[in-house]
Design a protein around this ligand. Structure first.
Ligand code: FES
Length: 584
Protein backbone atom coordinates (compact mmCIF):
# COMPACT_ATOMS: atom_id res chain seq x y z
CA UNK A 1 0.00 0.00 0.00
CA UNK A 2 1.54 3.26 -1.12
CA UNK A 3 0.39 6.40 0.58
CA UNK A 4 0.29 9.79 -1.16
CA UNK A 5 3.46 11.79 -0.56
CA UNK A 6 3.14 14.40 2.11
CA UNK A 7 3.17 18.06 1.24
CA UNK A 8 5.09 20.58 3.39
CA UNK A 9 1.78 21.84 4.77
CA UNK A 10 0.93 18.32 5.96
CA UNK A 11 4.07 17.99 8.02
CA UNK A 12 3.50 17.82 11.74
CA UNK A 13 6.12 20.56 12.18
CA UNK A 14 4.06 22.92 10.01
CA UNK A 15 1.96 23.56 13.11
CA UNK A 16 5.07 24.99 14.80
CA UNK A 17 6.85 26.67 11.91
CA UNK A 18 4.50 27.11 8.96
CA UNK A 19 1.39 28.80 10.31
CA UNK A 20 1.08 32.53 10.82
CA UNK A 21 0.25 33.25 14.42
CA UNK A 22 1.97 34.57 17.51
CA UNK A 23 3.10 31.18 18.81
CA UNK A 24 4.76 30.20 15.54
CA UNK A 25 6.49 33.59 15.58
CA UNK A 26 8.00 32.46 18.89
CA UNK A 27 9.10 29.13 17.43
CA UNK A 28 10.75 30.79 14.44
CA UNK A 29 12.40 33.61 16.37
CA UNK A 30 13.82 31.15 18.89
CA UNK A 31 15.11 28.92 16.12
CA UNK A 32 16.80 32.01 14.67
CA UNK A 33 18.28 32.57 18.13
CA UNK A 34 20.13 29.25 17.67
CA UNK A 35 21.70 30.53 14.48
CA UNK A 36 19.40 28.95 11.90
CA UNK A 37 18.01 30.95 8.99
CA UNK A 38 14.39 30.19 8.03
CA UNK A 39 15.67 28.66 4.80
CA UNK A 40 17.31 25.97 6.98
CA UNK A 41 13.97 24.57 8.10
CA UNK A 42 11.03 26.11 6.20
CA UNK A 43 8.96 23.40 4.56
CA UNK A 44 11.46 20.70 5.55
CA UNK A 45 10.86 17.60 7.67
CA UNK A 46 12.10 18.10 11.23
CA UNK A 47 13.91 14.94 12.28
CA UNK A 48 14.32 14.24 15.97
CA UNK A 49 17.50 12.35 16.78
CA UNK A 50 16.88 10.68 20.13
CA UNK A 51 20.40 10.25 21.45
CA UNK A 52 21.06 8.04 24.48
CA UNK A 53 24.68 9.18 24.79
CA UNK A 54 26.00 9.66 28.31
CA UNK A 55 29.37 10.03 29.98
CA UNK A 56 28.49 6.96 31.99
CA UNK A 57 27.47 4.70 29.13
CA UNK A 58 30.57 3.13 27.53
CA UNK A 59 28.44 1.25 25.00
CA UNK A 60 27.32 4.58 23.54
CA UNK A 61 30.54 6.56 23.89
CA UNK A 62 30.71 7.08 20.11
CA UNK A 63 27.19 8.49 19.88
CA UNK A 64 28.24 12.16 19.87
CA UNK A 65 30.11 11.50 16.65
CA UNK A 66 27.36 9.29 15.22
CA UNK A 67 24.76 11.98 15.91
CA UNK A 68 26.81 14.37 13.77
CA UNK A 69 26.93 11.78 10.99
CA UNK A 70 23.18 11.28 11.16
CA UNK A 71 22.73 15.07 10.96
CA UNK A 72 24.99 15.19 7.92
CA UNK A 73 22.68 12.74 6.16
CA UNK A 74 19.56 14.64 7.20
CA UNK A 75 20.93 17.97 5.92
CA UNK A 76 21.99 16.37 2.64
CA UNK A 77 18.51 14.92 2.12
CA UNK A 78 16.78 18.25 2.80
CA UNK A 79 15.67 17.75 6.37
CA UNK A 80 16.19 19.73 9.56
CA UNK A 81 17.95 17.68 12.28
CA UNK A 82 17.20 18.28 15.94
CA UNK A 83 19.18 16.23 18.43
CA UNK A 84 17.30 15.42 21.63
CA UNK A 85 19.19 13.75 24.47
CA UNK A 86 17.30 11.09 26.38
CA UNK A 87 18.04 9.03 29.47
CA UNK A 88 20.91 6.64 28.86
CA UNK A 89 20.30 3.21 30.35
CA UNK A 90 23.86 2.12 31.04
CA UNK A 91 23.82 -1.58 31.77
CA UNK A 92 27.13 -1.76 33.64
CA UNK A 93 26.38 1.09 36.02
CA UNK A 94 22.70 1.54 36.75
CA UNK A 95 21.43 -0.01 39.99
CA UNK A 96 19.49 -2.02 40.85
CA UNK A 97 18.94 -2.59 37.12
CA UNK A 98 18.32 -0.69 33.90
CA UNK A 99 15.11 -2.69 33.60
CA UNK A 100 13.62 -0.56 36.37
CA UNK A 101 14.01 2.43 34.03
CA UNK A 102 13.18 0.89 30.62
CA UNK A 103 9.63 2.20 30.80
CA UNK A 104 10.85 5.62 31.93
CA UNK A 105 12.99 5.96 28.77
CA UNK A 106 10.02 4.70 26.74
CA UNK A 107 7.87 7.42 28.25
CA UNK A 108 10.56 10.04 27.71
CA UNK A 109 10.92 9.05 24.06
CA UNK A 110 7.19 9.19 23.46
CA UNK A 111 6.79 12.54 25.18
CA UNK A 112 9.80 14.13 23.44
CA UNK A 113 8.36 13.14 20.09
CA UNK A 114 4.88 14.26 21.06
CA UNK A 115 5.71 17.61 22.58
CA UNK A 116 8.27 18.82 20.01
CA UNK A 117 7.84 19.38 16.26
CA UNK A 118 9.12 15.99 15.13
CA UNK A 119 8.04 14.76 11.71
CA UNK A 120 10.21 11.66 11.93
CA UNK A 121 12.89 10.29 14.20
CA UNK A 122 16.13 8.39 14.39
CA UNK A 123 16.54 6.36 17.57
CA UNK A 124 20.11 5.87 18.75
CA UNK A 125 20.39 2.87 21.05
CA UNK A 126 22.01 -0.48 21.52
CA UNK A 127 22.96 -1.06 25.15
CA UNK A 128 20.41 -3.64 26.30
CA UNK A 129 17.20 -1.90 27.41
CA UNK A 130 17.74 1.20 25.27
CA UNK A 131 16.54 -0.63 22.14
CA UNK A 132 13.15 -1.78 23.42
CA UNK A 133 12.65 1.40 25.45
CA UNK A 134 13.20 3.73 22.50
CA UNK A 135 11.01 1.64 20.27
CA UNK A 136 8.20 1.22 22.78
CA UNK A 137 7.98 4.99 23.04
CA UNK A 138 8.26 5.50 19.29
CA UNK A 139 5.62 2.85 18.58
CA UNK A 140 3.18 4.76 20.74
CA UNK A 141 3.83 7.90 18.66
CA UNK A 142 3.86 6.08 15.31
CA UNK A 143 6.00 8.54 13.35
CA UNK A 144 8.35 7.56 10.51
CA UNK A 145 11.20 6.04 12.52
CA UNK A 146 14.56 4.38 11.92
CA UNK A 147 16.51 2.66 14.64
CA UNK A 148 20.27 3.18 14.47
CA UNK A 149 21.94 0.30 16.32
CA UNK A 150 25.01 1.33 18.30
CA UNK A 151 27.12 -1.56 17.03
CA UNK A 152 29.17 -4.06 18.95
CA UNK A 153 32.55 -3.49 20.55
CA UNK A 154 35.61 -5.31 19.23
CA UNK A 155 36.54 -8.77 20.53
CA UNK A 156 38.12 -8.79 23.97
CA UNK A 157 41.80 -9.69 24.08
CA UNK A 158 43.53 -11.86 26.71
CA UNK A 159 46.73 -13.88 26.52
CA UNK A 160 46.48 -14.40 22.78
CA UNK A 161 42.82 -15.43 22.87
CA UNK A 162 39.47 -13.67 22.69
CA UNK A 163 37.28 -12.55 25.55
CA UNK A 164 33.51 -12.21 25.30
CA UNK A 165 31.54 -9.58 27.22
CA UNK A 166 29.84 -10.96 30.28
CA UNK A 167 30.33 -14.64 29.43
CA UNK A 168 34.03 -14.54 30.20
CA UNK A 169 33.42 -12.40 33.27
CA UNK A 170 31.25 -15.17 34.77
CA UNK A 171 33.68 -17.83 33.58
CA UNK A 172 36.87 -16.28 34.96
CA UNK A 173 35.12 -15.16 38.17
CA UNK A 174 34.20 -18.80 38.81
CA UNK A 175 37.82 -19.83 38.07
CA UNK A 176 39.13 -17.14 40.44
CA UNK A 177 36.79 -18.34 43.20
CA UNK A 178 37.84 -21.92 42.53
CA UNK A 179 41.50 -20.85 42.84
CA UNK A 180 42.38 -21.73 39.25
CA UNK A 181 43.57 -18.25 38.18
CA UNK A 182 45.48 -15.49 40.02
CA UNK A 183 44.46 -11.94 40.90
CA UNK A 184 46.96 -10.80 38.22
CA UNK A 185 45.16 -12.94 35.61
CA UNK A 186 41.85 -11.50 36.74
CA UNK A 187 43.18 -7.95 36.32
CA UNK A 188 44.35 -8.75 32.79
CA UNK A 189 40.83 -9.97 31.99
CA UNK A 190 39.51 -6.67 33.37
CA UNK A 191 41.88 -4.68 31.15
CA UNK A 192 41.19 -6.60 27.95
CA UNK A 193 37.52 -7.51 27.99
CA UNK A 194 36.10 -4.14 26.82
CA UNK A 195 38.52 -2.33 24.52
CA UNK A 196 36.47 -0.16 22.18
CA UNK A 197 33.19 1.78 22.01
CA UNK A 198 30.12 -0.33 21.33
CA UNK A 199 27.81 -2.68 23.14
CA UNK A 200 28.52 -6.24 24.31
CA UNK A 201 29.86 -8.44 21.52
CA UNK A 202 28.53 -11.77 22.74
CA UNK A 203 24.95 -12.67 21.90
CA UNK A 204 23.67 -10.73 24.88
CA UNK A 205 20.51 -8.70 25.05
CA UNK A 206 22.05 -5.86 23.06
CA UNK A 207 22.90 -7.86 19.93
CA UNK A 208 19.78 -9.97 20.29
CA UNK A 209 17.55 -6.92 20.33
CA UNK A 210 19.34 -4.91 17.65
CA UNK A 211 19.28 -7.99 15.39
CA UNK A 212 15.62 -8.68 16.13
CA UNK A 213 14.79 -5.07 15.35
CA UNK A 214 16.65 -5.30 12.04
CA UNK A 215 14.70 -8.45 11.17
CA UNK A 216 11.52 -6.54 12.00
CA UNK A 217 12.49 -4.02 9.32
CA UNK A 218 13.36 -1.10 11.58
CA UNK A 219 17.02 -0.52 10.63
CA UNK A 220 18.81 -0.11 7.35
CA UNK A 221 19.79 -3.53 5.94
CA UNK A 222 22.80 -5.03 7.69
CA UNK A 223 23.02 -2.25 10.27
CA UNK A 224 22.85 -4.39 13.42
CA UNK A 225 25.94 -6.46 12.68
CA UNK A 226 28.47 -3.66 12.07
CA UNK A 227 31.02 -3.22 14.88
CA UNK A 228 30.83 0.25 16.43
CA UNK A 229 34.41 1.35 15.57
CA UNK A 230 34.15 0.24 11.91
CA UNK A 231 33.98 3.11 9.42
CA UNK A 232 31.02 1.35 7.83
CA UNK A 233 29.13 2.05 11.04
CA UNK A 234 29.63 5.78 10.53
CA UNK A 235 28.52 5.42 6.91
CA UNK A 236 25.40 3.59 8.07
CA UNK A 237 24.62 6.47 10.44
CA UNK A 238 24.80 8.98 7.59
CA UNK A 239 22.66 6.81 5.33
CA UNK A 240 20.12 6.51 8.15
CA UNK A 241 19.93 10.31 8.26
CA UNK A 242 19.40 10.48 4.52
CA UNK A 243 16.70 7.85 4.49
CA UNK A 244 14.57 9.15 7.35
CA UNK A 245 13.85 12.38 5.47
CA UNK A 246 12.45 10.45 2.53
CA UNK A 247 10.45 8.25 4.91
CA UNK A 248 8.67 11.32 6.20
CA UNK A 249 7.62 12.38 2.69
CA UNK A 250 6.47 8.80 2.05
CA UNK A 251 4.61 8.80 5.39
CA UNK A 252 6.00 5.34 6.10
CA UNK A 253 5.28 4.94 9.81
CA UNK A 254 5.94 2.21 12.34
CA UNK A 255 2.49 0.69 12.15
CA UNK A 256 3.00 0.26 8.39
CA UNK A 257 6.00 -1.94 9.19
CA UNK A 258 5.17 -3.61 12.50
CA UNK A 259 2.72 -6.31 11.49
CA UNK A 260 2.36 -9.56 13.48
CA UNK A 261 4.55 -11.20 10.83
CA UNK A 262 7.25 -8.56 11.38
CA UNK A 263 7.22 -9.36 15.10
CA UNK A 264 7.46 -13.05 14.26
CA UNK A 265 10.48 -12.27 12.08
CA UNK A 266 12.07 -10.52 15.05
CA UNK A 267 11.38 -13.45 17.37
CA UNK A 268 12.65 -15.94 14.78
CA UNK A 269 15.85 -13.94 14.29
CA UNK A 270 16.41 -13.86 18.05
CA UNK A 271 15.83 -17.61 18.28
CA UNK A 272 18.10 -18.44 15.36
CA UNK A 273 20.84 -16.43 17.06
CA UNK A 274 20.23 -18.27 20.35
CA UNK A 275 19.57 -14.81 21.67
CA UNK A 276 19.11 -13.53 25.19
CA UNK A 277 16.14 -14.69 27.23
CA UNK A 278 15.56 -11.01 27.98
CA UNK A 279 14.34 -10.57 24.42
CA UNK A 280 11.16 -12.41 25.23
CA UNK A 281 10.12 -9.74 27.76
CA UNK A 282 10.99 -6.89 25.39
CA UNK A 283 9.42 -8.43 22.30
CA UNK A 284 6.19 -9.06 24.20
CA UNK A 285 6.22 -5.47 25.47
CA UNK A 286 6.87 -3.97 22.03
CA UNK A 287 4.22 -6.13 20.42
CA UNK A 288 1.64 -5.24 23.02
CA UNK A 289 2.44 -1.54 22.47
CA UNK A 290 1.58 -2.15 18.83
CA UNK A 291 -1.69 -3.78 19.78
CA UNK A 292 -0.59 -7.33 19.00
CA UNK A 293 -0.89 -9.74 21.91
CA UNK A 294 2.33 -11.72 21.35
CA UNK A 295 2.34 -14.26 24.18
CA UNK A 296 4.71 -16.85 25.63
CA UNK A 297 2.93 -19.79 24.04
CA UNK A 298 3.39 -18.33 20.56
CA UNK A 299 7.05 -17.70 21.37
CA UNK A 300 7.43 -21.33 22.45
CA UNK A 301 5.64 -22.55 19.34
CA UNK A 302 8.19 -20.68 17.20
CA UNK A 303 11.09 -21.94 19.33
CA UNK A 304 10.04 -25.54 18.72
CA UNK A 305 10.77 -25.21 15.00
CA UNK A 306 13.50 -22.57 14.67
CA UNK A 307 17.08 -23.86 14.43
CA UNK A 308 20.02 -22.03 16.00
CA UNK A 309 22.25 -21.02 13.08
CA UNK A 310 24.60 -18.53 14.74
CA UNK A 311 27.65 -20.02 16.44
CA UNK A 312 28.09 -17.15 18.89
CA UNK A 313 28.87 -17.12 22.60
CA UNK A 314 27.49 -17.89 25.11
CA UNK A 315 25.73 -20.76 23.31
CA UNK A 316 28.42 -21.05 20.62
CA UNK A 317 32.05 -20.29 19.95
CA UNK A 318 32.48 -16.95 18.16
CA UNK A 319 31.79 -13.27 18.79
CA UNK A 320 29.77 -10.61 16.98
CA UNK A 321 32.84 -9.28 15.18
CA UNK A 322 33.29 -12.74 13.64
CA UNK A 323 29.59 -12.79 12.78
CA UNK A 324 29.93 -9.53 10.86
CA UNK A 325 32.91 -10.79 8.86
CA UNK A 326 31.04 -14.05 8.22
CA UNK A 327 28.22 -12.18 6.47
CA UNK A 328 26.19 -10.77 9.35
CA UNK A 329 22.48 -10.89 9.96
CA UNK A 330 21.48 -10.57 6.30
CA UNK A 331 23.33 -13.80 5.53
CA UNK A 332 21.80 -15.55 8.50
CA UNK A 333 18.26 -14.46 7.59
CA UNK A 334 18.80 -15.77 4.09
CA UNK A 335 19.76 -19.17 5.53
CA UNK A 336 16.42 -19.28 7.35
CA UNK A 337 14.64 -19.47 3.98
CA UNK A 338 10.91 -19.97 4.29
CA UNK A 339 10.99 -19.78 8.08
CA UNK A 340 10.81 -15.98 7.84
CA UNK A 341 8.31 -13.83 6.00
CA UNK A 342 10.33 -12.00 3.38
CA UNK A 343 7.36 -10.01 2.11
CA UNK A 344 7.45 -7.66 5.10
CA UNK A 345 8.10 -3.96 4.48
CA UNK A 346 11.15 -2.30 6.00
CA UNK A 347 12.29 1.26 6.65
CA UNK A 348 14.17 1.58 3.38
CA UNK A 349 10.95 1.05 1.45
CA UNK A 350 11.92 -2.42 0.26
CA UNK A 351 10.81 -5.78 1.57
CA UNK A 352 12.98 -7.85 3.88
CA UNK A 353 13.44 -10.32 1.03
CA UNK A 354 14.86 -7.63 -1.24
CA UNK A 355 17.18 -6.45 1.50
CA UNK A 356 18.71 -9.85 2.18
CA UNK A 357 18.88 -11.04 -1.42
CA UNK A 358 22.43 -11.85 -2.47
CA UNK A 359 23.84 -11.95 1.06
CA UNK A 360 26.72 -14.42 1.34
CA UNK A 361 28.09 -16.56 4.13
CA UNK A 362 31.88 -16.19 4.30
CA UNK A 363 32.46 -18.53 7.24
CA UNK A 364 30.20 -21.56 7.36
CA UNK A 365 31.20 -22.40 10.91
CA UNK A 366 29.98 -19.03 12.24
CA UNK A 367 26.72 -18.90 10.25
CA UNK A 368 25.34 -22.37 9.78
CA UNK A 369 22.81 -23.73 7.32
CA UNK A 370 19.60 -25.40 8.40
CA UNK A 371 21.24 -28.78 7.85
CA UNK A 372 24.37 -27.89 9.85
CA UNK A 373 22.47 -26.02 12.57
CA UNK A 374 24.12 -25.66 15.96
CA UNK A 375 20.85 -26.68 17.61
CA UNK A 376 17.94 -28.01 15.58
CA UNK A 377 15.21 -26.52 17.73
CA UNK A 378 14.38 -25.29 21.24
CA UNK A 379 16.77 -22.37 21.41
CA UNK A 380 14.42 -21.24 24.14
CA UNK A 381 11.64 -23.02 26.02
CA UNK A 382 8.62 -21.76 27.91
CA UNK A 383 7.83 -23.84 30.97
CA UNK A 384 4.59 -24.14 32.86
CA UNK A 385 3.41 -26.01 35.91
CA UNK A 386 2.23 -25.39 39.44
CA UNK A 387 5.42 -23.43 40.13
CA UNK A 388 4.91 -21.10 37.15
CA UNK A 389 1.23 -20.97 36.18
CA UNK A 390 1.84 -17.95 33.93
CA UNK A 391 5.09 -19.27 32.53
CA UNK A 392 8.85 -19.28 32.98
CA UNK A 393 11.67 -19.48 30.44
CA UNK A 394 14.93 -21.35 30.01
CA UNK A 395 17.60 -21.29 27.31
CA UNK A 396 18.37 -24.99 26.81
CA UNK A 397 21.46 -24.63 24.57
CA UNK A 398 23.20 -22.62 27.31
CA UNK A 399 22.68 -25.35 29.94
CA UNK A 400 24.40 -28.64 30.65
CA UNK A 401 22.13 -30.98 28.76
CA UNK A 402 21.71 -33.62 31.48
CA UNK A 403 20.12 -30.97 33.71
CA UNK A 404 17.23 -30.37 31.32
CA UNK A 405 15.36 -33.27 32.92
CA UNK A 406 16.08 -33.04 36.62
CA UNK A 407 14.40 -33.40 39.98
CA UNK A 408 16.20 -32.07 43.02
CA UNK A 409 15.85 -30.69 46.53
CA UNK A 410 15.28 -26.95 46.82
CA UNK A 411 17.79 -24.70 48.54
CA UNK A 412 15.84 -21.49 49.00
CA UNK A 413 17.10 -17.92 49.28
CA UNK A 414 14.39 -15.47 50.26
CA UNK A 415 16.02 -12.57 48.40
CA UNK A 416 19.28 -11.43 46.81
CA UNK A 417 20.87 -10.32 50.08
CA UNK A 418 20.06 -13.67 51.67
CA UNK A 419 21.67 -15.41 48.71
CA UNK A 420 24.88 -13.37 48.76
CA UNK A 421 25.16 -13.83 52.53
CA UNK A 422 24.84 -17.63 52.48
CA UNK A 423 25.75 -18.99 49.05
CA UNK A 424 29.40 -19.64 49.92
CA UNK A 425 28.82 -20.68 53.55
CA UNK A 426 30.65 -23.94 54.24
CA UNK A 427 27.61 -25.28 56.11
CA UNK A 428 25.10 -24.57 53.33
CA UNK A 429 23.11 -27.79 52.90
CA UNK A 430 23.61 -28.17 49.16
CA UNK A 431 24.98 -30.67 46.67
CA UNK A 432 25.32 -30.85 42.91
CA UNK A 433 21.77 -32.23 42.56
CA UNK A 434 20.17 -29.45 44.56
CA UNK A 435 17.96 -26.85 42.91
CA UNK A 436 18.87 -23.29 43.89
CA UNK A 437 15.80 -21.08 44.29
CA UNK A 438 15.88 -17.28 44.49
CA UNK A 439 12.66 -15.57 45.59
CA UNK A 440 11.63 -11.92 45.39
CA UNK A 441 13.83 -10.92 42.46
CA UNK A 442 11.01 -10.18 40.01
CA UNK A 443 9.50 -6.98 38.57
CA UNK A 444 8.11 -5.82 41.93
CA UNK A 445 10.15 -7.90 44.33
CA UNK A 446 13.69 -6.79 43.50
CA UNK A 447 12.29 -4.38 42.23
CA UNK A 448 12.97 -4.10 38.52
CA UNK A 449 13.61 -7.78 37.78
CA UNK A 450 17.43 -7.57 37.72
CA UNK A 451 19.73 -10.05 36.05
CA UNK A 452 20.23 -12.14 39.15
CA UNK A 453 18.88 -15.36 37.63
CA UNK A 454 22.28 -16.94 37.06
CA UNK A 455 22.75 -17.68 40.75
CA UNK A 456 26.42 -18.35 41.55
CA UNK A 457 27.41 -21.96 42.10
CA UNK A 458 28.21 -22.38 45.83
CA UNK A 459 31.96 -22.18 46.39
CA UNK A 460 32.26 -25.63 47.92
CA UNK A 461 30.65 -27.13 44.79
CA UNK A 462 32.88 -25.05 42.51
CA UNK A 463 35.87 -26.55 44.28
CA UNK A 464 34.43 -29.99 43.54
CA UNK A 465 34.33 -29.11 39.84
CA UNK A 466 30.59 -28.36 39.57
CA UNK A 467 29.95 -25.71 36.89
CA UNK A 468 26.19 -25.90 36.32
CA UNK A 469 23.13 -26.54 38.47
CA UNK A 470 19.38 -26.03 38.09
CA UNK A 471 18.57 -22.56 39.31
CA UNK A 472 15.08 -21.05 39.50
CA UNK A 473 14.01 -17.45 40.04
CA UNK A 474 11.60 -14.73 39.03
CA UNK A 475 14.61 -12.64 37.95
CA UNK A 476 16.07 -12.25 34.47
CA UNK A 477 19.52 -13.35 33.37
CA UNK A 478 22.05 -11.48 31.30
CA UNK A 479 22.06 -12.68 27.71
CA UNK A 480 25.78 -13.21 28.13
CA UNK A 481 25.14 -15.70 30.95
CA UNK A 482 24.71 -19.43 30.71
CA UNK A 483 23.56 -22.37 32.78
CA UNK A 484 20.42 -24.33 33.61
CA UNK A 485 18.67 -21.20 34.83
CA UNK A 486 14.88 -21.08 34.89
CA UNK A 487 13.90 -17.43 34.70
CA UNK A 488 10.96 -15.02 34.66
CA UNK A 489 8.79 -17.26 36.85
CA UNK A 490 5.33 -15.72 36.79
CA UNK A 491 3.57 -14.67 38.83
CA UNK A 492 6.58 -13.56 40.86
CA UNK A 493 7.10 -14.39 44.53
CA UNK A 494 6.55 -10.80 45.71
CA UNK A 495 2.92 -10.79 44.54
CA UNK A 496 2.25 -14.21 46.04
CA UNK A 497 3.16 -16.45 43.11
CA UNK A 498 3.84 -20.11 43.98
CA UNK A 499 7.60 -19.40 43.96
CA UNK A 500 7.01 -17.61 47.29
CA UNK A 501 5.79 -20.86 48.81
CA UNK A 502 8.87 -23.02 48.10
CA UNK A 503 10.73 -24.20 51.19
CA UNK A 504 14.12 -25.81 51.75
CA UNK A 505 14.04 -29.50 50.97
CA UNK A 506 10.99 -29.43 48.68
CA UNK A 507 11.40 -31.50 45.53
CA UNK A 508 11.23 -29.54 42.27
CA UNK A 509 10.75 -31.19 38.90
CA UNK A 510 12.16 -29.62 35.75
CA UNK A 511 11.41 -31.27 32.43
CA UNK A 512 12.33 -29.05 29.49
CA UNK A 513 11.31 -31.42 26.67
CA UNK A 514 7.86 -31.62 28.27
CA UNK A 515 7.95 -27.91 29.21
CA UNK A 516 7.21 -28.69 32.87
CA UNK A 517 8.17 -26.95 36.10
CA UNK A 518 6.51 -28.33 39.20
CA UNK A 519 6.80 -28.11 42.94
CA UNK A 520 6.18 -31.65 44.19
CA UNK A 521 4.04 -30.96 47.22
CA UNK A 522 0.40 -31.88 47.80
CA UNK A 523 -2.47 -29.53 47.04
CA UNK A 524 -3.30 -29.53 50.74
CA UNK A 525 0.22 -28.41 51.61
CA UNK A 526 0.02 -25.74 48.92
CA UNK A 527 -3.17 -24.40 50.52
CA UNK A 528 -1.65 -24.33 54.00
CA UNK A 529 1.38 -22.39 52.78
CA UNK A 530 -0.73 -20.01 50.72
CA UNK A 531 -2.93 -19.21 53.71
CA UNK A 532 0.18 -18.43 55.77
CA UNK A 533 1.78 -16.17 53.14
CA UNK A 534 1.96 -12.49 54.09
CA UNK A 535 2.22 -9.83 51.39
CA UNK A 536 5.42 -7.79 51.81
CA UNK A 537 5.39 -4.00 52.06
CA UNK A 538 6.10 -2.01 48.86
CA UNK A 539 9.75 -1.03 48.54
CA UNK A 540 9.11 2.51 47.31
CA UNK A 541 7.09 5.21 49.01
CA UNK A 542 7.89 8.13 46.69
CA UNK A 543 9.10 9.05 43.23
CA UNK A 544 9.23 7.02 40.05
CA UNK A 545 9.42 3.80 42.05
CA UNK A 546 5.87 4.23 43.33
CA UNK A 547 4.57 4.63 39.76
CA UNK A 548 6.59 1.61 38.74
CA UNK A 549 5.26 -0.64 41.52
CA UNK A 550 1.70 0.42 40.95
CA UNK A 551 1.63 -0.11 37.21
CA UNK A 552 4.26 -2.64 36.10
CA UNK A 553 2.95 -5.87 34.61
CA UNK A 554 4.37 -9.34 35.18
CA UNK A 555 7.11 -10.84 33.00
CA UNK A 556 4.73 -12.80 30.77
CA UNK A 557 3.04 -9.51 29.84
CA UNK A 558 6.32 -7.69 29.08
CA UNK A 559 6.70 -5.61 32.29
CA UNK A 560 5.21 -2.53 30.61
CA UNK A 561 3.04 -0.08 32.51
CA UNK A 562 -0.67 -0.81 32.20
CA UNK A 563 -1.49 2.79 31.26
CA UNK A 564 0.96 2.78 28.31
CA UNK A 565 -0.51 -0.14 26.43
CA UNK A 566 -3.18 0.53 23.83
CA UNK A 567 -6.65 -0.72 24.59
CA UNK A 568 -6.55 -4.50 24.65
CA UNK A 569 -7.86 -6.47 21.69
CA UNK A 570 -8.10 -3.38 19.52
CA UNK A 571 -8.77 -4.36 15.91
CA UNK A 572 -7.29 -1.05 14.79
CA UNK A 573 -4.06 -0.13 16.52
CA UNK A 574 -3.79 3.18 14.75
CA UNK A 575 -6.85 4.31 16.58
CA UNK A 576 -4.92 4.07 19.81
CA UNK A 577 -1.33 4.61 18.75
CA UNK A 578 -0.02 8.07 17.98
CA UNK A 579 -2.93 9.97 19.41
CA UNK A 580 -1.93 13.54 20.21
CA UNK A 581 -3.49 16.16 22.41
CA UNK A 582 -4.35 19.51 20.89
CA UNK A 583 -1.15 21.55 20.38
CA UNK A 584 -1.34 25.29 21.07
FE1 FES B 1 25.90 -2.19 27.28
FE2 FES B 1 26.29 -4.97 27.54
S1 FES B 1 26.81 -3.34 28.89
S2 FES B 1 25.32 -3.84 26.02
Amino acid sequence: MTKPRKTPEELRSHRWYGVKDMRSFGHRSRTAQMGYHRSDYAGKPVIAIINTWSDINPCHSHFKQRAEEIKRGIWQAGGFPVEMPAMSLSEPFQKPTTMLYRNLLAMETEELLRSYPADGCVLMGGCDKTTPALLMGAISMNLPTIFMPGGTMLRGDYKGGYLGSGSDTWKYWAELRAGNITEQDWQEVEDGIARSPGHCMTMGTASTMTSAVEAMGLTLPGAASIPAPDSRHAQMATLTGKRIVEMVWEDLTLTDILTPAAFDNGVIAALSLSGSTNAIVHMVAMARRSGYPLNLDHYDELARRIPVLANIRPSGKYLMEDFYYAGGLRALLLQLGDLIDTTQMTVNGSTLGTNIAGAKVYNADVIRTRTTALVERDGLAVLRGNLAPDGAVIKPPAAEQELLIHTGRAVVFKDYNDMTARIDAPDLDVDANSVLVLQNAGPQGAPGMPEWGQLPIPKKLLEQGVRDMVRISDARMSGTSYGACVLHVAPEAWVGGPLALVQDGDLIELNVPERKLNLLISDAEFSVRRAAWVAPKPKFERGFGTIYLKHVSQADKGCDFDFLEPVADSPNTKKFVGGEPEIH
